[in-house]
Design a protein around this ligand. Sequence first.
Ligand SMILES: [Zn+2]
Length: 292
Amino acid sequence: MSTPYRGRFAPSPTGPLHFGSLVSALASYLDAKKHHGKWIIRIEDVDGTRCKTSFSKQITDTLNSYHLFSDETVRVQSQHTEMYEQLLSVLRKQQAIFPCNCTRQSLAQHNGGHPFVCESSLDQPHSWRLKTSLAAYQCQDSIQGTLRFTDDLKNNCPVLKRKDGYFSYQLAVVIDDHQQNITHLVRGADLIDTTAQQLHLYHLFGWTPPSICHIPLITNHSGDKISKQNHAKPIQDNNLSTLLRALHYLKIDLESPLSIAEALSLAIEAWDPNKLKGMKHLSLEEQDLHFI
Ligand SMILES: [Zn+2]
């Protein structure tokens, strides 16, 4: 028997849920339910400087108003920092990471990137960065096809723990997905760029990565992702027409369902990731501009 499907949606509570996030939440939910699997909400609040508890509640309330309920207790990342610390020390013993005292100014000549292993002192305030690697990875993405990552780890040393003590999304997301036995990730195409780092962390920990696929990103007229940074508006709770418009971007067009519950169950039947094959972006249509 194959492993039971476990999927998740993992929003950061830096603002209320917007239209683009609803599309992502739905894609992960529909894929999980189509496979008779579990769908779990996780609050990614490792960045204590940007996340607020009030947004966590607001986001889960909005999801629930669309009948998107977590099949297990909602996991909150900030409650697991001890585990992140423990696993960071595993990487430290492997000498896969290094301390870094570099400042924003000192990295300005590298466009803010960090393409080398620096000589830094543990006595000064320091972050922990992942060492560069020549390792190449690939993944079989059921929507985007084969993704090959050859140079992704050669010229960048991403931060795993910041100078201010907060852990990075990159580290936390890998540890949590593994700890929660997540088998399938369905997420936005903007995360393709960080996939190699995550596969590398799985490799260093000796864990098997989940199956990963990337849905097209909903973009505005300038081609930018609809995001909180771009001031996307919060969506209304419990609004059938918003749900139908979100499903439209997943290539599901339903004929006048009577309720959110009915729309969701029809959408589970209709969900077919093949209809999104190879698409990395979808422009927001004229009638949906009020969402941004
Ligand atoms: Zn450095």
